[in-house]
Design a protein around this ligand. Structure first.
Ligand code: PLP
Length: 392
């Protein structure tokens, strides 16, 4: 059996297929165009030109920010680490006596949460901003945890588990009113919804190639003009002394092309995908009216759907759908396999039982209506079977 052919892939929030054009753009950089962009000879110059072209494409996709504000990294996780630790360390290098206070959202990805915890162990005070039942951190909720010595706020652009898009401009405005810089983890959002860091008041923004049709193992950090960060890796002077290490030229070229393609097709793709996501939810609710769609009353990413299904566990549902060749996840890929309930759903007020009964379905640009109809029918069928196995 050809599994790849039969599979319905609905786990794009974990990762997704690359744009074929982005793969094609990368290929020469593995062989004949192998130069190291830090060098001086011709292959190096060619590689450098291509890296700068990719930087321009990404800058353009971010509301035409200056290309020099884009710094290439190894992944979204590294961008988040560099934003938080790099900014705090830069402040400490001029004011070593002040540990400072930072705020992060309770529903952040571990890339931000664990970085904040590491800073906490290093003497920085950390507060956690609480979301409402839709996963939204309101400006009022942020104000509650701000302090006069808050130096940085990090709240994700959109959540990886439930898809909630945050009121970024308002959160950035609150941060600035306290003199803090505003970082947003846009790993799930970049390439899927329009983002303009300058208009929205974002100082630092993280993204990752593989979440928008680029390759894995490459990301970038936007750093607002004039903002100083300290490097977190010791080494060479690449990326204007901020990120040491030979640049991943094929990855950067592929990510740049993916950013361009997303920007060109975003409006049409988002409308189509959101329509299919809404259809999926309607179909499931029509047969299983006790299902709760998480973050339903918030602005959501177009492709995300988080469903809590009473009487089943998300893990069982994932396994049953997998037998039908349908790939989804329970909670988020990063925490599944973990026995703890999702910290995102818990922060939104769900009980442990509700957390364990939640699945995440994430559509991509290749998702079809037929796939959605099949998936909805299979969820209903398997939920009914699993419920019958429950003890009376
Ligand atoms: N931030 C968010 C919101 C994510 O969803 C992820 C990955 O799932 C990351 C950060 C980490 O990105 P990467 O896999 O590129 O390290």
């Amino acid at each position: 059996m050809d599994n790849a052919e039969k599979m319905i892939y609905l786990d794009h929030a974990a990762t997704g297929p690359m744009w074929p054009e982005a793969v094609a753009a990368m290929l020469p950089f593995f062989t004949e165009r192998f130069g190291n962009p830090s060098g001086v000879c011709r292959p190096a110059q060619e590689a450098r030109r291509s890296v700068e072209e990719a930087r321009r494409k990404i800058a353009q996709a971010l509301g035409a920010v200056p290309p020099e504000t884009i710094y290439f990294t190894g992944c979204g996780t590294e961008s988040d680490n560099l934003a938080l630790t790099g900014y705090v360390n830069a402040l400490r290098s001029v004011q070593p006596e002040k540990p400072g206070h930072i705020v992060v959202g309770m529903t952040e990805h571990p890339a931000v949460l664990e970085t904040a915890r590491a800073l906490m162990r290093d003497g920085v005070f950390v507060s956690f901003a609480r979301p409402d039942e839709n996963g939204v951190i309101t400006p009022e909720a942020l104000e509650e945890v701000m302090r006069p010595d808050t130096v940085l706020v990090s709240i994700m652009y959109a959540n990886n588990e439930v898809g909630t898009v945050q009121p970024v401009s308002e959160l950035a405005a609150v941060s600035h009113a306290y003199g803090a810089v505003f970082h947003t983890d846009a790993v799930q959002a970049f390439g899927h919804v329009p983002i303009d860091p300058v208009a929205e008041g974002v100082d630092l923004l993280s993204a990752s190639g593989h979440k928008f049709g680029g390759p894995k193992g490459v990301g970038f950090l936007y750093v607002r003009e004039g903002l100083k960060l300290s490097p977190i890796l010791n080494g060479g002077s690449q990326e204007r002394h901020l990120r040491a290490g030979t640049l991943n030229v094929p990855g950067i070229v592929g990510m740049g092309e993916a950013a361009r393609l997303c920007a060109v097709s975003m409006g049409e793709t988002a409308t189509r995908i959101a329509g299919l996501r809404n259809l999926l939810e309607e179909r499931v609710l029509a047969k299983l009216p006790d299902v709760t769609i998480q973050a339903k009353n918030a602005r959501r990413l177009p492709g995300h759907s988080s469903m809590t299904i009473p009487g089943v566990t998300g893990e069982n549902m994932v396994l049953m759908l997998n037998l039908h060749g349908i790939c989804i996840s329970a909670g988020s890929a990063c925490t599944s396999g973990d026995t703890k309930p999702s910290h995102v759903l818990s922060a939104m007020g769900l009980s442990d039982r509700e957390c364990y009964g939640t699945i995440r379905i994430s559509l991509g640009r290749g998702t079809t209506r037929e796939e959605i109809e099949t998936t909805a029918a299979t969820i209903v069928e398997e939920a009914n079977k699993l419920r019958k196995m429950l003890p009376e």
